[in-house]
Structures are given as structure tokens and as C-alpha cells.
Design a protein around this ligand. Structure first.
Ligand code: 5GP
Length: 234
């Protein structure tokens, strides 16, 4: 697979064309940003960790019937993915109160939710990804009713599959963010699933094992990413 022109560089990844117009290469960087990129840094080895963890999780999800953009791993930092027309909606699934939900509703972090909470956020950094709902999505024509039905169904399925998987690895899946896109008339799960996009707390100690270590300057950042990879692959 020949790596072609770079078509996009985001905060944590670069995307390249290939000689197949339907396939892209997603390359994971060590760059870390938080709070709409007002905080910047590097987490050594993060790109490799996130590439490998995403590959394991996409493979597991495919096996469980969730269609994803993942094709195969190409190298330590690169994966081959299907080209997506990204739906500009970030889906957040929550099992335990943390982060944005704690702040918005004035709740303490760590409260176990009685049922998973699904949130939609408008994917727009300049506006800080504001919370909105399916009426906005429909009214603005960002996705069809049928597409959103698939997004919703798959998001709950991903939560079920990943919760069980991480529990097995001694980790609580607190919350995570998903992105979906269109590929040849299908809705596929895209982006990445990694400690950058999930909150993971150790089951025994509640230690934060995710990007909050960087966001909140908690230290042991590199080591924690490596530990999550070890558990995911173990
Ligand atoms: P919150 O809304 O609490 O800030 O985020 C909820 C979950 O979604 C967290 O696991 C967080 O890592 C993930 N998330 C939400 N928005 C983003 C984003 O723009 N970038 C990344 N990397 N993760 C996000």
C-alpha cells in the first residue's frame, strides 16, 4: 500500500491518501493537546500505544458486529482505514460521572450512573464542541434519521463490548468519545479508541489511566499509557 499525499493533520493524527481512493492511512503522533489545544505537550510513545490499542478494540468490535473503518495495522504508528465522510457529531458515552458531566451538572466525579448516558456534541473546536441533541442534528441536516439510529445503536453496543473488555483488564470504562462517518452508503465507526478518547480508572485503586494524567498534570503519563497497552494486549 503506497503512502500518498497528506490530506489532513489533526491534534493527534495525520491522514494520508493511498493508491486506493477508498483507503487512507491514519498515522498516530505523540503530540498531546487539551482544553481546545490551549495546553500542548508530547507524550513519548503515545502514538504507538494508541495505534495498537485502537487496532485491538476495532478488531474486537468488528467481531461483535460493529462496523468500523479499520482495515489493518501497517506499522507501529500507522493503520489502514476506509475513507470516511465524517459526520460532525461527537458521541460521548458515560458510565460514571466525570469531566464535562461533573462540571455541567455540578456533580462529584465517581458517581456510578444507573444507566449509560449518551450525549451528542457538535464537532467544532472553535465552539468547544458544544452539547446538542438529535433535534439539532436533524434540523441542521447533519445526518439522516436512519444514520442517527445506527449511530445510537452502535454507541450503546460499543459501550457494552468495551465495558466488558476493560473490566476483564482491571479497568473501569468511565466514559469515551466516538466519531462515525459514511463510507459507500454505510455508517462506520471511525477515529480512534484509546486512552486519549476514553477515561479509564483502575478497578482496585481508581487511579486515572488516561489522558486526564496529562490534562490535570498528574505525572506518570508515559508509564500509564504503556501500562494500559500491556493490559489491553495481555
Ligand atoms: P468530557 O465531555 O467529560 O470532557 O469527555 C468525555 C469523554 O470523551 C472523555 O473520555 C474524553 O477523553 C472524551 N472526549 C470528548 N471530547 C474529546 C475530544 O475532543 N478529544 C478527545 N481526545 N477526547 C474527547
Amino acid at each position: 500500500m503506497k503512502k500518498g499525499k497528506q490530506i489532513y493533520e489533526g491534534k493527534a493524527k495525520k491522514v494520508f491518501e493511498t493508491d486506493d481512493k477508498d483507503l487512507y492511512i491514519q498515522e498516530f503522533k505523540d503530540d498531546a493537546t487539551a482544553f481546545d489545544a490551549t495546553k500542548r505537550g508530547t507524550i513519548k510513545g503515545k502514538g504507538v500505544v494508541n495505534n495498537k490499542i485502537s487496532a485491538v478494540l476495532f478488531t474486537l468490535l468488528e467481531k461483535k458486529g460493529v462496523k468500523t473503518h479499520f482495515v489493518k495495522l501497517l506499522s507501529d504508528r500507522e493503520m489502514l482505514v476506509k475513507r470516511l465522510d465524517i459526520i460532525p457529531v461527537e458521541v460521548t458515552m458515560r458510565n460514571i460521572v466525570a469531566g464535562g458531566m461533573a462540571k455541567m451538572l455540578g456533580l462529584e466525579e465517581g458517581i456510578a450512573l444507573k444507566s449509560p448516558v449518551l450525549e451528542y456534541h457538535y464537532k467544532n473546536d472553535a465552539l468547544h464542541d458544544p452539547l446538542f441533541n438529535d433535534y439539532h442534528i436533524r434540523a441542521l441536516g447533519l445526518a439522516t434519521e436512519a444514520e442517527m439510529e445506527l449511530v445510537r445503536k452502535n454507541s450503546f453496543k460499543v459501550n457494552d463490548v468495551l465495558r466488558e473488555f476493560f473490566t476483564d483488564k482491571g479497568l473501569q470504562l468511565v466514559d469515551f468519545k466516538l466519531e462515525f462517518g459514511r463510507h459507500k452508503g454505510q455508517v462506520l465507526l471511525g477515529d480512534e479508541i484509546s486512552p486519549d478518547t476514553c477515561r479509564l480508572w483502575d478497578k482496585e485503586t481508581n487511579k486515572k489511566m488516561d489522558k486526564d494524567r496529562f490534562r490535570r498534570d498528574l505525572g506518570q503519563i508515559e508509564e500509564t499509557y504503556q501500562e494500559v497497552l500491556k493490559r489491553v494486549e495481555g
